[in-house]
Design a protein around this ligand. Structure first.
Ligand SMILES: [Fe+2]
Length: 354
């Protein structure tokens, strides 16, 4: 019996010949929800074609069955993102939903055990694998650009950093050859290395599972102690993933993603190319997404303004002090590998931003 209402879902999320384990409803002219497909029943091509012909934009799922719908999306992500009958914006929303759920589960399960379990890691890898074609398709980038200015929330941030990272590296595949010592010669290795970069981006802040929420979401400057707690997250992340099967370059990038190119970053105060290339890429993506997002203590900045701050050239002299005010935005120009930053600026220039 439905008590909490219904949520709208795109008909394109329902794959032909699939067996959704949840009921699907349509809304009739009187606004009543009528059963369209019973749970466990095969949804036929003919049924979906009829739905498409009638121009229906949304079908509905009982909110009490939303968990089953989430599971269905995750299990069928690759096929859904490949479905021509669904708009890129709706695909982006589905990708966002599944990936934030996966990263949330990774945070929660790892926090309980102190380490990331094999099952959680495999779930993360599968998600990235299924999403990679969509992320690397340049048609998906305008949908990502629409998410600029959204709230900064750890799980959503991880999802956006993943998308930026995979899209950026796939446009600059030479980065992959610097990721690991072994030579990358065939398409399968390229795809596997790119997938590992995506997993790394999704999990880069996993150590924040140990940082109290009141510190992460604090509406004001952090105290010295809070800042010290915050600065532990790259090492906590490494500790959580140390025994996992992830390649060494992924573990290194997680522990180094707050190192600054000119030194002065944390936790090891590394410099230049002593910081791995993937960590240098993550440093750029992480800051770009954080500064273009709405945070509890700060309004979002426009992408172009963020780029100006990142290259260390404020648009107005009075802006000079602004990025230094909050240690969470500290550094800027000196933080980044300028060769990579140049490539990122070219990449961003090719994404249609409002
Ligand atoms: Fe971080």
């Amino acid at each position: 019996m439905n008590s909490g209402g219904y949520m709208a879902i795109p008909p394109g999320a329902i794959l032909p010949e699939s067996l959704p384990e949840f009921k699907i409803f349509m809304r009739n002219r009187e606004g009543k929800y009528v059963l369209w497909a019973a749970d466990g029943n095969r949804v036929t091509v003919a049924q979906l074609a009829k739905l498409s012909e009638s121009g229906v934009q949304d079908v509905f799922v009982d909110i009490e069955e939303s968990f089953k719908y989430e599971q269905y999306l995750e299990a069928n992500l690759g096929k859904i993102l490949d479905n021509q009958g669904i708009t890129v914006d709706r695909k982006a929303a589905i990708f966002s939903r599944v990936s934030t759920n996966v990263v949330k589960a990774a945070f929660e399960t790892s926090l309980k055990s102190g380490a990331m379990g094999m099952e959680t890691l495999q779930r993360t890898q599968k998600m990235i694998e299924n999403a990679m074609k969509f992320i690397t398709d340049s048609n998906s980038l305008p949908a990502l650009a629409k998410m600029i200015g959204h709230d900064y929330e750890t799980y959503e941030h991880a999802m956006k950093v993943t998308w930026w990272t995979v899209a950026f590296i796939s446009e600059n595949p030479e980065i992959l050859t610097y990721c690991q010592k072994d030579e990358i010669s065939d398409a399968e290795q390229i795809s596997e290395t790119l997938r590992s970069c995506g997993v790394c981006a999704l999990l880069h802040d996993i150590g924040k599972a140990y940082v109290p929420q009141e510190v992460i979401n604090k509406n004001g400057p952090l105290t010295e102690i809070e800042w010290e707690i915050m600065k532990r997250h790259p090492l906590s992340g490494l500790a959580m993933l140390l025994d996992s099967e992830l390649p060494a370059f992924v573990k290194k990038a997680i522990v180094q993603h707050h190192e600054d190119f000119d030194g002065g970053g944390y936790p090891m105060n590394l410099e230049g190319t002593n910081i791995t290339v993937l960590a240098r890429v993550l440093r750029i993506m992480d800051v770009f997404d954080a500064m273009t997002s709405r945070r509890p203590y700060k309004d979002p900045l426009s992408p172009m303004k963020v780029i100006q701050i990142m290259i260390g050239t404020p648009s107005h002299p009075e802006d000079n002090a602004e990025p230094a005010q909050d240690p969470r935005d500290r550094g800027m120009g000196r933080c980044f590998d300028h060769e990579l930053l140049g490539k990122f600026i070219i990449f961003i220039g090719n994404v249609k931003l409002d």
